[in-house]
Design a protein around this ligand. Sequence first.
Ligand code: KIV
Length: 291
Amino acid sequence: MSETTASTPYGTLPAASPLPPRKPVSLPRLQDMRERGEKITMLTAYDATFAAVADSAGVECLLIGDSLGMVCQGLSSTVGVTLDAMCYHVECVTRGLRRVQGTAWVIGDLPFGSYHESKEQAIRSASALLHAGAHMIKLEGGGWTTDTVRFLVERGIPVCAHLGLTPQTVHALGGYRVQGRSESDALRLKRDALELQDAGAAMLVLEMVPAALAAEVTQQLLRCHTIGIGSGNGTAGQVLVMHDMLGVNLGKTPKFVRNFMEGASSVRDAMASYVRAVKDGSFPDNASHAW
Ligand code: KIV
């Protein structure tokens, strides 16, 4: 029996997806969705089983986020997450996807300290995530990251940028707060976003940015797809931390989260209802999930 068909005594593969088979998610497919006005769905994933379930629920993009420091490792921030830990979880996710012939687009997060030193360090770290199975890497920040993004993209590495609340700099930001509220912060965020698109970033996570600002940035970036978290419903797509949307958050549930397990009959059902809600525009609701 091949690795892709074998079951194990400790949890079997998720039952076949009720959805029609889809082609592998790729950058051209995401661009096509954007042009058709179809929202892009993303969830975080950290292990084989949940990755396979999310894929079978129709989630297009899986982010192995450094939020794993909090939800898997029990850390109080993402700052202590290492590149080795990221590679381990990327491998777990991509192995799970392979076993179910999954088609999701896989994004690996570059952790704090793995791209800050130099462009050369960034490409070494990005290569480690790609060797582990990621299709794209994500890094946080604007301005100083632009040259690094260009350097990676020129070398064939798809990049997702991340602006707004950037958890790796939580200590400098003074906490997990909404970003881009003042005129000068909003202007800087818009400028950083345009520079990142020009440098070749194909996606941009906007975290805890006022809904109106996130929508404006989205209108400006036609080649770089904005993925919001706590940034309203005007972005090209949405992402949530899987544990949050399954209602197993150990701390205070952020305002921008909906517990999709409520009323769901299974984890896959909850994820499928997240996909439907993002695509039909009912999640997030600007009145209750955004600023
Ligand atoms: O690390 C992570 O999971 C993230 C998402 C919250 C966007 O960066």
